[in-house]
Design a protein. Structure first.
Length: 210
């Protein structure tokens, strides 16, 4: 929320009302409900992230030796991962890309089941040396995806003082600096020098979706 720091209300406590000259709404996986009036056909999917301790340790997996990567198999299955950024006992993070089960923030299954870890381990064994090794932990998250897999970043069509940002389709974290700049531009001046027509919620690729 952008506005007078002295605005009245109880926003600091999460209840009550706030007043401001501009508002940025980026509700993540709650976007289908929070931004329902835009009619954007968003899909929320449960995803699982895994941390494996490589066989023989993380020496070959340190950030100065190992890149962030994504591997696409002949069947189209994609696995992505990171170097061991959490130290010698933190393991290396890996996950399937866009291989999730539709859900909502209320219905998502937060338990990672043994068979899921077995499937990931089997996939890693064929593509990465020293992985899977030993599974250390796993956790769930959610992707919010548009049909064309592009973002939604724009002033609200009916409320120009409101800027919306959602549908980052599993790629949002890569673009945090520039997305933050765009949102700040839109909230403070109503426009941005960055080309954002691709992210318009009224683009044909979204309107044509049933």
């Amino acid at each position: 929320m952008v506005g007078d720091p002295g605005r009245r209300g109880a926003g600091a406590h999460g209840r009550g009302e706030d007043e401001a000259g501009a508002l940025v709404v980026s509700p993540g996986s709650w976007a289908p409900e929070v931004l329902a009036d835009l009619g954007i056909p968003l899909t929320v999917e449960r995803q699982v992230m895994y941390w494996f301790q490589p066989t023989g340790g993380t020496e070959a997996w340190t950030p100065d030796r190992h890149p962030i990567y994504i591997h696409e198999a002949a069947d189209g299955t994609q696995v992505y991962g990171f170097p061991a950024i959490d130290g010698p006992v933190g393991g290396a993070k890996v996950a399937f890309f866009r291989r999730g089960v539709p859900c909502t923030p209320e219905t998502i299954d937060r338990e990672v089941h043994p068979e899921e870890a077995v499937t990931m381990a089997g996939r890693l064994a064929g593509i990465l040396p020293t992985l899977p090794g030993t599974l250390l932990k796993a956790a769930t998250c959610m992707y919010t995806t548009t049909p064309d897999e592009h973002f939604v970043i724009a002033p609200h069509p009916e409320h120009p003082q409101v800027t919306v940002a959602c549908g980052f389709s599993g790629h949002g974290f890569k673009f945090v600096p520039v997305v933050g700049e765009i949102l700040a531009d839109l909230a403070t001046t109503g426009s941005t020098t960055h080309p954002i027509s691709l992210f318009d919620p009224r683009r044909p690729a979204l309107e044509a979706t049933p």
